[in-house]
Ligand binder design. Structure first.
Ligand code: HEC
Ligand code: HEC
Length: 266
């Protein structure tokens, strides 16, 4: 019996994703903390200082601005202007603070209408914020039209537990040759017809992938290539334009090389 190529590539992808997740979770958390790590626990911080620290996190380590803009519609994600007041009206009985924290830690729990489920959990790689950073970020978002009342204790103690090893996890090498993947991107895969990726490409048909590894996980990229519609259509772009047949046209090696290349885009 012949197994269709799409099934083979799909099964292979699931296997690689499983292995990746297994190793990512089993890596000992020995890596020392990245230098830019913010720690506010135990200190006396005023709400104003907290908001300022949160704004800094939003613009730098949080990478939020690659998807969100404040007072301006970004392509990938909702405008966060006024989120501090809007957040209290999303679900009956849920405070603004609780909604904001949920949006950061379980982005899929409630989806803003018209947007796909593509926001990564901010305390997991690649963003991997720690508990202080999530606390400060919540204060900053509350400050956008609302009242800053978040306490460190509002952020679950488990937050960022996996982020301490974020550096190690992020450096984990996927099986795949990035150089060969770039050749698939520009050649056989034809991705370059629709996507910019760092120095190569220029097309506005699909999203700019130049920083995709800063904001997305390998398993999202793998899913997106095999099943573009199933992975959710990026806001601001047309549905059904990204071709759905890469599972048939790429070999398993092409596919892994391509993902390895995408993971270098940061
Ligand atoms: C890969 C793109 C992406 C990144 C990176 C990202 N987000 Fe999002 N975010 C989204 C999308 C898409 C939505 C809407 C779908 C949903 O509700 O999950 C969203 C929703 C939200 C919401 C709920 C908005 C509302 O109007 O209810 C908040 C709050 C939020 N994001 C904050 C952040 C913060 C803070 C960061 C940085 C730490 C961040 N996001 C990083 C894509 C992203
Ligand atoms: C005919 C144009 C076209 C081609 C060819 C194409 N894409 Fe896309 N791609 C799109 C469009 C349009 C979107 C945004 C809409 C959507 O999410 O489906 C997209 C979205 C994506 C995203 C999600 C980006 C994000 O910000 O979350 C990734 C990743 C991606 N494409 C990778 C690829 C790769 C890798 C290839 C080559 C194997 C490829 N695309 C080929 C049009 C294309």
């Amino acid at each position: 019996m012949r197994v269709p190529v799409a099934v083979k590539v799909g099964a292979f992808a699931l296997f690689v994703m499983g292995t990746y997740t297994y190793y990512a979770n089993s890596i000992p958390q020995i890596q020392s903390k990245p230098p830019a790590e913010l720690s506010l626990e135990g200190g006396n911080v005023t709400p104003a200082q907290l908001v300022k620290a949160g704004e800094e996190t939003f613009k730098t380590k949080g990478t939020c601005e690659i998807c969100h803009r404040i007072g301006q519609k970004g392509t990938r994600a909702p405008d966060l202007a006024g989120i501090g007041s809007r957040a209290g009206k999303v679900k009956a009985g849920q405070s603004a603070k609780a909604y904001i924290i949920e949006s950061l830690l379980q982005p899929g729990a409630h989806l803003v209408e018209g947007y796909p489920n593509i926001m990564p959990q901010v305390d997991k790689p690649p963003i991997a914020l720690n508990r202080s950073e999530v606390w400060a970020l919540t204060a900053f978002l509350e400050s956008l039209g609302g009242t800053v009342d978040v306490k460190l204790d509002d952020i679950p103690k488990t937050v960022g537990a996996g982020a301490a090893g974020g550096g190690a996890t992020a450096e984990l090498k996927l099986p795949g040759d990035a150089k060969a993947g770039e050749a698939i991107f520009t050649g056989k895969g034809g991705c370059i017809a629709c996507h910019k990726a760092g120095k190569i490409g220029a097309s506005p048909v699909g999203p700019d992938l130049s920083q995709i590894a800063k904001i997305q996980t390998p398993d999202y990229l793998m899913r997106k290539i095999l099943d573009p519609a199933g992975a959710g259509t990026v806001a601001g772009f047309p549905k059904g334009v990204m071709p759905p047949m890469f599972g048939q046209t790429l070999t398993a090696k092409d596919y892994m090389d391509l993902v390895a290349f995408l993971m270098t885009l940061k």
